[in-house]
Design a protein around this ligand. Structure first.
Ligand code: ATP
Ligand code: MG
Length: 292
């Protein structure tokens, strides 16, 4: 029997992380794989030694990129690839790659690296940003999930307060897509195919994330929305991706971000689709299913 490890972060104690792992385990077992849930700190990353036991493949549901690399270096196929997890974990990095592949997205400027205790306020830098991206704009930290580090900046005062507060942090300035206020689409792409999607909507917040109070409902994608979601996943080399799409002028899709470790519970509740089924099927097509 083939075996897999489903690696998740043991220090994130919210139910949704274990729930995510359980959905994957269920999907793997349905396809005859013996799947073990493994917390990231249950593996000793002794770089000079080989692991005493190893599975046929790993589904990596964590952002512990060092562990993902360690497992890959042990010769175990890891999904998503550690490089993909790394690029998706940094929004600034992923916007560079998306732009390189001409993926449609909001106008984005990456903030320069400025060390704490130094201010570039009087250099004219921020005036240039304000000229290029008008207020209101979005400021988004490179590392953040569930909409928690995404800010809507409406006034110059808020702008200068936020950039001062984020000194020493990686972040981006981004055009606020007003036509998408409080709504977006989550599209799950597996192996270059759209396998599930949902519309997310909030009446109380500019962010549509469900964790932020948004509600989700089924949606049928346009061909263009499908095409852009697939293009975004491909631009990052992501075999599994949760692509967030915004609604631009005339509803044309703009990529908000790509998640390399997308949560799949909400989309399961809304659509009845366990994205995990597609992930496991895809992995088996890559690593080769064993027939006994
Ligand atoms: N440029 C933008 N214009 C309009 N709305 C935006 C823009 N960027 C983000 N949003 C809104 O804010 C929400 C959160 O932003 P984003 O998806 O980039 O980060 P995140 O949700 O924190 O990341 P994750 O999906 O990994 O949890 C989006 O779902 C969208 O509703
Ligand atoms: Mg998001």
């Amino acid at each position: 029997m083939q075996t897999c490890w489903i690696v998740y972060n043991g220090s994130l104690t919210h139910d949704k992380f274990i729930d995510q792992a359980l959905l994957l385990q269920e999907a793997a077992e349905k396809q005859g794989i013996q799947a073990t849930l493994v917390k990231n700190y249950e593996l000793l990353m002794n770089v000079q030694q080989n692991l005493p036991t190893r599975p046929d493949f790993v589904v990596f549901l964590d952002k512990d990129i060092l562990l993902a690399r360690y497992l890959k270096n042990q010769g175990i196929p890891v999904f998503n690839d550690p490089n993909v997890i790394e690029i998706c974990d940094n929004k600034a990095q992923q916007y560079i790659a998306l732009a390189q592949s001409q993926v449609p997205m909001p106008l984005t400027i990456i903030a320069p690296k400025v060390y704490r205790d130094f201010s570039i306020e009087h250099t004219g830098y921020y005036e240039q940003v304000l000229e290029n991206i008008k207020l209101p704009m979005i400021i988004k930290e490179a590392h953040g999930s569930f909409g928690m580090r995404v800010y809507l900046i409406e006034t110059r005062k808020q702008f200068f307060e936020k950039v001062a507060e984020l000194s020493g942090v990686e972040y981006v300035f981004q055009q606020f897509i007003e036509t998408s206020r409080g709504r977006d689409i989550r599209v799950n792409v597996v192996g270059g195919q759209v396998v599930a999607c949902m519309h997310r909507h909030s009446d109380t917040d500019f962010r549509a994330n469900i964790t932020n109070g948004g509600t989700a409902s089924p949606i049928t994608l346009t061909e263009r929305q499908k095409e852009v979601a697939i293009q975004a996943a491909a631009a990052l080399g992501a075999e599994f991706a949760g692509v967030d799409l915004l609604f631009g002028e005339n509803e044309e899709p703009l990529v908000c971000e790509v998640n390399g470790v997308a949560h799949i519970r909400n989309i399961y509740n809304v659509t009845g689709i366990n994205v995990g089924d597609f992930m496991i099927k895809y992995i088996l097509s890559k690593v080769g299913a064993v027939t006994i």
